[in-house]
Design a protein around this ligand. Structure first.
Ligand SMILES: *Cc1c(COP(=O)(O)O)cnc(C)c1O
Length: 231
């Protein structure tokens, strides 16, 4: 069955090679930049095949998909990472199933997650998703609200704030894409000056990760280049 996913090894090696090359070009050490494989829309057997390559963290944008895949993959010790817009009513499933949330973008969601995590007796890592692009469709916190939001999150013990996440504008022109990534890095640096350590920057996808590496990404969320095109 996993023969169907024989292509994963070559895709994964090629992605890591391209990421390493982007790091060298940017004067950065490849070890500074992780890749989070994004498995959304791919089934449990594709993910099982990817675990054979040593991959154990996977990004999903729908909690429903994590629910469907977590059972059949219970033996694989997978860390599920939520990267998509989260409705507050999904907090219970997230608290039960997810290792991390990268799409934390509002206080109401933080409170709901905290309540459910307390009930589970767990704490998780979170990244705050920031809106760096003018596109209406892009989710995320307004950059102007970030200082107050981070200050408030300090009151919630179950959410360990590790960094920031963003999705860049979609454009064939690299300049505006890069500007989104640069804004996230500058926000991180500014927040450090206000006493908020945010070491992780999750930014860059299959089509724009070289620009994200050049602007300081510590983590790239890559789906298509690893798993193939989504159906
Ligand atoms: C789907 C998705 C990705 C990966 O996109 P690709 O272009 O397939 O690499 C990254 N981040 C988020 C939030 C996504 O929803």
């Amino acid at each position: 069955m996993s023969d169907d996913y024989g292509y994963l090894a070559a895709h994964w090696a090629a992605v890591r090679e391209r990421v390493d090359a982007a790091c060298r070009e940017a004067g950065r050490a490849p070890a500074e930049v992780d890749v989070l494989p994004v498995s959304k829309t791919f089934g449990a057997d594709a993910i099982r095949a990817a675990t054979a390559l040593g991959l154990h963290r996977f990004g999903e944008n729908k909690v429903q998909e994590i629910r469907e895949k977590a059972g059949p993959l219970a033996d694989c010790a997978i860390d599920w990472v939520v990267i998509g817009h989260l409705q507050t009513n999904k907090a219970k499933d997230v608290a039960r199933l997810a290792a991390e949330v990268q799409s934390l973008d509002r206080w109401e969601l933080a409170e709901a997650l905290d309540r459910r995590l307390q009930a589970e007796g767990r704490a998780i890592d979170v990244l705050v998703q920031v809106k760096t692009s003018p596109e209406e469709s892009k989710q995320g916190l307004d950059p102007a609200e970030l200082p107050a939001f981070l200050a408030r999150l300090r009151g919630l013990d179950t959410l360990r704030v590790r960094g920031l996440m963003t999705m860049a504008v979609q454009s064939g022109d690299p300049a505006p894409v890069r500007a989104c990534f640069r804004l996230l890095r500058e926000l991180r640096d500014r927040m450090a000056g206000e006493g908020h350590a945010l070491p992780r920057l999750s930014m860059g996808m299959s089509g724009d990760f070289s620009l994200a590496v050049a602007e300081g990404a510590t983590e790239l969320r890559i789906g298509t280049a690893i798993f193939g095109r989504r159906g």
